[in-house]
Design a protein around this ligand. Structure first.
Ligand code: GDG
Length: 450
């Protein structure tokens, strides 16, 4: 997504190489116009920073899951150490007029570390995942040492107004700062808060899907499916609501025998973060539930669901989205959810499919009109939405799709980077040809463990 935003503009990326080494190195890789400065992590860094504080404490807490946060791993030392390391590497290459754009929850204290090294440049931060209400953040031990560090950025960006408002309320409740969108802090620091919902490259994704539906792989899948295809695509993550979604599908099958033999649910779920206990446990539960559904309802000529753990190419995914009559996107909480957006972009406007979307995905704000919004915690409601989507007449599908596509176009990914960086620079217009330096802990969610 970042690659799509900035593909025409030279920039320096900095982050984790995705490798764990006993003797970590930092090196520069060159690809087309971009250079990538990547640092290895030690096993200790990986355990304390990546699997530990970032993914076992921050990830669940910011997704409202205090019950899953491993507060025994609350020690911030490793998390701060790796951020300090990135700051050390960055100051070696930053020029005075560079802009720094930091991405996501792995790097909350980076601006503070950069400021401590004397950096005066504009530094912005974008949080890809939700920001929960302050009552939830305050339950996180150490939050006082971490969340206020966001005030060292010039601009803090969120996916939705609700996330931005939650952060403003945190500042008000915990630091006594009036919850205004823009505040001046001591020592001349100034933090601004903004909303920058992430989009997709709408038209090019539509073109890709139009071609991909004719590919051998997609034709083979479509040819092997009796009746209609329903699709789900998610990293294997407890925030994505996969187990409750399977419950909903089971209820749909129980209540709608007329659809037996006429619907196939394809759930594509690449593994992620398997080294973390909750993820390994989730894998077992989803496997068992998918097996139970097939065991209960399959016959010799039909299986109600196909559950695959391996990743597919972006092209194959786009074709499968286009072939699917329904997409089930039911996260329990999600910063945005790009699968929902890609599914809409991939549809044939003349005969589009239906998007069933969790009201707790950031995408629901833009897709209120057009998607079938559901509460993912209510399997009966999701089951009814599946029945409604399967039976929806073409005219209604077309009018819903056209509202969704309009929403996509009005917030295309091509504008996202410009909007953020213009706001960071405090100017109306910003030309990305100006140097931009980016930091991101992991460049590619699927090539590196996410
Ligand atoms: C975080 C936030 C926010 C999935 N399976 C395959 C594959 N994917 C691609 C999808 C989509 C991406 O991964 C997943 O994006 P999401 O937005 O759905 O979710 P997260 O990974 O949790 O992303 C989220 C996002 O950041 C951006 O700000 O929307 O809320 O959690 O693009 O297509 N891609 C390929 N093969 C797969 O099997 N190639």
């Amino acid at each position: 997504m970042l690659k799509a935003t900035l593909k025409n503009h030279p920039c320096v990326w900095m982050g984790w190489s995705g490798e764990i080494k006993a003797h970590p190195r930092t090196r520069t890789l060159y690809q087309k116009k971009n250079s990538f400065i990547v640092s290895d992590l030690t096993q200790e860094d990986f355990d304390e920073y990546y699997s530990g504080f970032a993914n076992s404490v921050l990830w669940p807490v910011l997704h409202y899951r205090l019950d899953l946060a491993e507060f025994s791993r609350r020690d911030l030392t490793g998390y701060l150490r790796v951020n300090e390391h990135f700051a050390d590497e960055m100051v070696k290459v930053l020029k005075p007029d560079d802009i720094v754009w930091v991405h996501d929850y792995h790097l909350i204290p980076l601006a503070k570390a950069l400021r401590q090294r004397g950096l005066q440049n504009k530094v912005g931060f974008f949080l890809h995942i939700p920001m929960p209400p302050p009552e939830i953040i305050a339950a996180m031990p150490n939050h006082e040492q971490l969340i206020p560090a966001l005030c060292h950025y010039d601009l803090v960006g969120f996916q939705t107004d609700n996330d931005a408002a939650n952060f403003a309320r945190y500042l008000a409740n915990e630091l006594g700062m009036p919850a205004h969108i823009s505040r001046r802090l001591g020592a001349g620091n100034r933090v601004r808060i903004g909303t920058f919902p992430v989009g997709v490259a709408t038209r090019s994704f539509t073109r890709l899907a139009r071609r991909a539906i004719k590919s051998d792989l997609v034709k083979k899948v479509m040819g092997s499916v009796p009746g209609a295809l329903m699709i789900g695509v998610d990293r294997l993550d407890y925030t994505k609501g996969i187990t409750l979604r399977l419950d909903a599908y089971e209820r749909f099958l129980a209540a709608n025998p007329a659809w037996h033999g006429k619907i196939t649910y394809l759930q594509i779920t690449p593994r992620s973060r398997s080294q973390i206990k909750e993820y390994a446990e989730l894998e077992d539960v989803v496997n068992a539930n998918a097996g139970r559904i097939n065991g209960t309802y399959a016959d010799a000529s039909w299986s109600p669901m196909r559950y695959v753990n391996r990743p597919y190419s972006r092209t194959a995914l786009s074709g499968l989205y286009r072939g699917a009559r329904v997409a089930l996107v039911t996260p329990l909480r999600d910063g945005m959810n790009l699968v929902a957006k890609e599914y809409v972009a991939a549809q044939d406007a003349a005969n589009p499919g239906v998007l069933i979307l969790s009201r707790f995905a950031g995408a629901a704000v833009e897709f209120k009109e057009g998607a079938l919004l559901v509460n993912p915690y209510d399997p009966d409601q999701v089951a009814s939405a599946i029945a409604r989507a399967m039976a929806m007449p073409q005219a209604e599908r077309k009018s819903r799709h056209s509202a969704l596509y309009r929403a996509l176009l009005s917030n295309d990914i091509s504008k996202w980077g410009d909007k953020f960086l213009s706001s960071l620079m405090g100017t109306k217009e910003f030309n990305l040809k100006d140097a931009a330096t980016l930091a991101r802990a992991d460049f590619d969610a699927l090539s590196a463990p996410h």
